[in-house]
Design a protein around this ligand. Structure first.
Ligand code: NAG
Ligand code: NAG
Ligand code: NAG
Ligand code: NAG
Ligand code: NAG
Ligand code: NAG
Ligand code: NAG
Ligand code: NAG
Length: 321
């Protein structure tokens, strides 16, 4: 058969495929998004990122209605990595389900996409990195938990999902090999060891998540699951800041907008010795503080996630279904 004929048949088959069999969401399909996660996604203003958080930008960029459930300090489950903040399981999901059942919110599943960006606190200080309080817990359960979020949401009726993977946390100041005592950790440590271990946790955690999602996707009829490569995006921002950062100070991926140096073992309740960038200089930084992305990084995340929600081509997304 001539190749053209093959192509024609392929196109006909594609056109006949029910919409739900096509991968990804269609342009114009998504009108709402529901967010779960930690301070990277919490929209309390000013956000932990020093300005508006990415969901607020994305809601504006794409004219989407935002239902925000992410909370600063959160881990996926306090049964795995305990922190005194509202976790995804145990707080964020129950709140969402309650608001849905008492009709505070009523998002149409077809027009709504659910996002999860979790891992920063699960992997970090006072959790996996320094030894979680649950001795059997490893990166494996912590990422299974993120995938369980998707299963629970699907069971409750959700159909469209974006799993935002873990950024290269080893590139944040807190986990860099040139780190200094800061508001998140000012006890003694070996910064080289932390840096190496964090690189492993983030990369392995992302691969485990992707493999689990690839196995899960074919088992969920009518689901559309996006794996969003935050790790790749932030690595690219780190390596090519001129493509993303636009402030009036020299571009800076190793420092932060709000940098505070502490003395070893000083109370983290103290202020520290701070260097703070102001005004348009702030948009020159990849990081807001020793752990959080800057507001300009948030605008980039928002721009890319907006494209994904609008069903546009995007280099950071892989649609698994
Ligand atoms: C934004 O979305 C709302 C609700 O979906 C719609 O009524 C409105 O026309 C949209 N605005 C723009 C500028 O597209
Ligand atoms: C966490 O532990 C509590 C108490 O043992 C239990 O009720 C709850 O179901 C557990 N949550 C998860 C997500 O495993
Ligand atoms: C619905 O549930 C949410 C979450 O628990 C609660 O904050 C809200 O007050 C409830 N609304 C009604 C009308 O019961
Ligand atoms: C940190 O690691 C980088 C890359 O491995 C290395 O070039 C650099 O010398 C290290 N810096 C410190 C302070 O150890
Ligand atoms: C920190 O850890 C690295 C890697 O294990 C090791 O080579 C180095 O000697 C340690 N530094 C100190 C001061 O213990
Ligand atoms: C940088 O670009 C963003 C859009 O991504 C814009 O909102 C912001 O105002 C710009 N910053 C400066 C200092 O020009
Ligand atoms: C980057 O920012 C830090 C403040 O966190 C500052 O100390 C450092 O000099 C800056 N680097 C460059 C290249 O401007
Ligand atoms: C910091 O605390 C550690 C552990 O308590 C101790 O071994 C170390 O000597 C202290 N260092 C300073 C400079 O206070």
């Amino acid at each position: 058969m001539p190749r053209l004929q093959h192509l024609k048949i392929a196109c006909t088959l594609l056109a006949l495929a029910p919409l739900s069999l096509a991968k990804g969401v269609l342009p114009g399909q998504i009108k709402n998004f529901v967010t779960f996660g930690d301070s990277y996604t919490d929209i309390a203003y000013p956000a932990a990122d020093g300005g508006q958080a990415w969901p607020v930008y994305a809601a504006g960029y794409g004219n989407f209605t935002l239902y925000p459930f992410a909370k600063s300090g959160a881990t996926c489950s306090n049964n795995l990595t305990y922190r005194p903040f509202p976790p995804v399981f145990g707080s964020q999901i129950p709140t969402y389900l309650e608001e849905k059942s008492n009709a505070t919110i009523n998002p149409n599943p077809e027009e709504t996409i659910y996002t999860l960006w979790i891992g920063t606190n699960d992997l970090g200080v006072n959790a996996l990195l320094t030894g979680s309080d649950a001795p059997d817990v490893s990166i494996v359960q912590v990422r299974e938990c993120a995938v369980d979020w998707l299963k629970v949401m699907y069971a409750s009726g959700a159909r469209n999902f974006i799993m935002q993977n873990i950024i290269p946390l080893d590139l944040t100041i807190l986990y860099s090999n040139y780190s200094y005592p800061n508001r998140y950790w000012d006890a003694q440590r070996n910064t080289t060891e932390w840096n190496v271990y964090m690189r492993e946790l983030a990369k392995a955690g992302n691969e485990i998540t992707l493999l689990m999602l690839q196995a899960l996707a074919p088992t969920l009829p009518d689901a559309h699951i996006a794996s969003f490569d935050s790790h790749g995006l932030f690595t690219d921002m780190y390596n090519h800041p001129q493509n993303y950062l636009n402030g009036t100070a020299p571009l800076n991926v190793t420092g932060c907008v709000n940098s505070c140096i502490f003395a070893l073992n000083e109370s983290t309740g103290d202020a520290g010795d701070c260097t703070v960038a102001e005004g348009t200089d702030r948009d020159s930084f990849l990081w807001y503080d020793e752990l959080h992305p800057s507001e300009q990084s948030d605008r980039i995340v928002a721009r890319e996630i907006t494209a994904v929600m609008k069903g546009e081509e995007n280099q950071w997304v892989t649609w698994l279904s």
